[in-house]
Design a binder for this molecule. Structure first.
Ligand code: COA
Length: 386
């Protein structure tokens, strides 16, 4: 296997984007990443696109063909990758594997979702849960995560305020992210007093419904400096599967797939949590941010809420989490999220994150999950080759 580098990244603005069509969004992200990388369009050997459900949101299937055609890449192979909200993370991983194996030299991995064109996105999102046992019985994603939150509060004494603080920190970071959907600050009181979506979660514990796209360009590490002065190296790419339905799990306060993928990523890279300067986690709901920092091993099980309350996850804290604003405030266009997380870590490691820059960041991590944890993708990236 060859070592692999990321040489170009981009993200469109995330939000309710009435003027942008599905194809325009992914073209904008793809072309900007190509421009950022220094490659020519003809250099591209293949493209992977993470997307959860264009069929339900914009009534378009066969999107890989649509995208290669629209970007002008025909006849380059283009493949759609689907794993619910982890579609983007797996599209990055497919690109890394294609380059590492020697099958391809230059790959573009993109992610896109256009969620706001339907009146009610909730049933479409719910297709990422177990249809027979969850969605058809009336469970929605907010309600599944609300059960996980209640159980975490019961088992570990996590407080309502600690959950709210996770959203507060995200919004504080998003204020400095020009691509964020909600670049403004909120307070714990505001979270607690917002409309209840699924008790105990309120509107401000939830990631929004978003449109957006992101893309990365991947090449062999040994060639990276031909294209850019600031390649970022892939230290580990790991993936794991877990039970899709909550009732099939030993515990609903641990996401096993995250734990397994994180362990693999640390084993592959030879790094530990202490080496990570910035981490982008999958906080689709505030509770999931807390589960993520526990299951990735930054704190012991049950201590996530306390760590957030103490400021350990802030940009100047012990282990900065979601400098981009996370899913909560940057936005969560499902298939684009895993790619946007990688783009943010690349900007942080290049020192290009502007006012949200974490000083001296050298190693970063991303965690992207599908559904309530049926799939997890974890990546570790570094500024230095070795
Ligand atoms: N955070 C902050 N503000 C939000 C928000 C969020 N998550 N969602 C909506 N808003 C704001 C809107 O911008 C709008 O503001 P405005 O009145 O100033 O324009 C207002 O709240 C009402 O927006 P609306 O679109 O009517 O909200 P909604 O009630 O239809 O949807 C949720 C709110 C929380 C139900 C929706 O965002 C949601 O389903 N989120 C979860 C998405 C999800 O499950 N993703 C997959 C995770 S695995």
């Amino acid at each position: 296997m060859r070592d692999v580098a990321i040489i170009g990244v981009s993200q469109t603005k995330f939000g309710e984007l009435w003027d942008a069509s599905f194809r325009k969004l992914v073209a904008e992200a793809g072309l900007k990443a190509i421009e950022d990388s220094g490659i020519e369009g003809d250099d591209i050997d293949s493209m992977f696109v993470g997307n959860m459900t264009a069929g339900l949101f914009v009534q378009q299937e066969h999107i890989a063909s649509l995208i290669s055609d629209h970007i002008g890449l025909n006849p380059t192979p283009c493949t759609r990758v689907e794993a619910a909200c982890a579609s983007g993370g797996l599209a990055v991983r497919q690109g890394i594997m294609a380059v590492a194996s020697g099958m391809n030299d230059i790959v573009v991995s993109a992610g896109v979702e256009k969620m706001t064109d339907v009146v009610d996105p909730t049933p479409a999102i719910a297709t990422a849960s177990d249809q027979e046992w969850e969605a058809q019985q009336g469970a929605t994603f907010p309600s599944l995560y609300a059960m996980m939150a209640r159980r975490h509060m019961y088992e570990y004494g996590t407080t309502r305020e600690q959950l709210a603080q996770f959203s507060v920190v995200n919004h504080k970071n998003a204020k400095n992210n020009p691509n964020a959907q909600y670049p403004f600050e909120i307070s714990v009181d505001k979270v607690l007093n917002a409309s209840v979506v699924a008790d105990p979660l309120t509107l401000l514990d939830c990631s929004p419904v978003s449109d957006g796209a992101a893309a990365v360009v991947i090449c062999p590490a040994e060639d990276a400096k031909k294209y850019t002065d600031t390649p970022i190296y892939v230290k580990a790419s790991a993936q794991a599967s877990g039970s899709i339905a909550l009732h099939d799990r030993k515990s609903i306060t641990t996401i096993e797939s995250t734990k397994v993928a994180a362990k693999k990523a640390f084993d592959i890279s030879g790094l530990t949590n202490k080496d990570i300067d910035a981490v982008e986690v999958h906080d689709c709901f505030s509770i999931n941010g807390i589960l993520a920092i526990e299951d990735l091993g930054f704190v012991k099980k049950g201590e996530g809420g306390k760590a957030v309350e103490e400021g350990q996850t802030e940009r100047d804290g012990d282990f900065p989490v979601n400098p981009s604003g996370g899913l909560k405030a940057r936005g969560h266009p499902l298939g684009a999220t895993g790619i946007a997380q990688v783009a943010e870590i690349v900007w942080q490691l290049r020192g290009e994150a502007g006012k949200r820059q974490i000083d001296g960041a050298e190693i970063g991590m991303t965690q992207n999950i599908g559904g309530t944890g049926g799939t997890a993708a974890v990546h570790i990236l570094g500024r230095d080759k070795n």
